[in-house]
Design a protein around this ligand. Structure first.
Ligand code: 6CS
Ligand code: FE
Length: 308
């Protein structure tokens, strides 16, 4: 039987943005698409995710797994060829490595992490279906040089610039260094995922060449942000290396510049439902490149076991 939720996914632009108007509108899909009996999360965890828009796990991985990923991040950062890749994004001004996109495609060690069965099981339960990877990235946020990621909803960008029809995707942030209150942790506005914030301003051509360094379009207006924060507050998702935060695609989030000596390096994986395949970008621009958004391989993700 076709997925009962499939009826939501039409070609219509259900979340108009990047036009003249800004402002908040109600979310049109459930937050949690799965049930307690089809995954590792208990009913209480699903309820917390539905209300807050995120879930943090202090230790899902064991230290030796972590070490292999940390070593790979350091190797990539020191490899002179890395900065030559179009999937490598540098910090505005300093030229320091800011992000590497599509690591689930280009890096054997991180590909296995991105398909880890413990992560895929949680994503499948939250999205209530088979899943595939829409995007992955390392955000290095190096000490002293790691610049901010201004407030935004990922879904607002993925809807406008990748053509993602509906809110049925989830990001998984894996801390590979300690995320403290000081070194630019992921800041979230609990509950903000329940309203869609339309952003003003027509999307520039090849916007990603600027937005992945410093996003200036698709950012919320001050009045709407103030309202969201008044309702939900701000939470810093801190934790030791190895901690994991799943956050809903429409959760308003950002992070400050890192002025400490301590890097805040996280791997982000975006799981999307196979019933939420991107269509033509709703902003009217051509689709973004292969390393930012998956547009071809939507086969259901087969979880990698630890033995793989
Ligand atoms: O445009 C994007 O897809 C990226 N930009 C941000 C600020 N967060 C999500 C993603 O990495
Ligand atoms: Fe983001």
């Amino acid at each position: 039987m076709a997925d009962a939720a499939a009826r939501w996914y039409t070609d219509k632009d259900r979340y108009p943005t990047r036009g003249l108007k800004t402002g908040l509108q109600a979310r049109q899909e459930p937050v949690v698409h799965g049930t307690p009996d089809n995954g590792p999360l208990a009913a209480e965890q699903l309820a917390a995710y539905a209300q807050q828009g995120f879930l943090t796990f202090s230790s899902l991985f064991n230290p030796d797994e972590l070490e292999s990923w940390q070593t790979e991040l350091a190797r990539l950062r020191s490899d002179t060829q890395t900065l030559e890749q179009e999937s490598a994004i540098t910090e505005p001004g300093s030229g320091e490595l800011r992000s590497i996109f599509a690591v689930h495609k280009t890096n054997a060690i991180l590909k296995k992490l991105c398909r880890d069965a413990r992560l895929v099981a949680i994503a499948r339960q939250l999205l209530g279906s088979d899943v595939y990877i829409h995007q992955s990235r390392i955000n290095y946020k190096p000490g002293f040089k790691g610049k901010e990621f201004y407030w935004h909803s990922d879904f607002e960008t993925w809807h406008a610039e990748d053509g993602m029809p509906a809110m049925r995707a989830v990001s998984c942030s894996i801390s590979l260094t300690e995320n403290t209150a000081y070194n630019g942790p992921l800041l979230v506005i609990p509950g903000s995922h329940c309203r869609f914030l339309a952003c003003a301003g027509e999307t520039p051509e090849n916007h990603y060449k600027q937005s992945l360094k410093k996003q200036e379009y698709g950012v919320p207006d001050d009045a709407s942000l103030t309202e969201l924060v008044a309702d939900g507050g701000i939470t810093a998702t801190t934790g030791p290396a190895g901690s994991v935060t799943f956050f809903e695609c429409n959760l308003m989030h950002g992070s400050n510049s890192n002025i400490t000596p301590l890097p805040r390096s996280n791997v982000f994986i975006v799981f999307n439902s196979v019933h939420n395949i991107p269509q033509a970008p709703f902003c009217g621009r051509p689709p973004r490149p292969w390393f930012i958004a998956e547009r071809e391989a939507f086969d259901p993700l087969q979880p990698a076991s630890q033995a793989d």
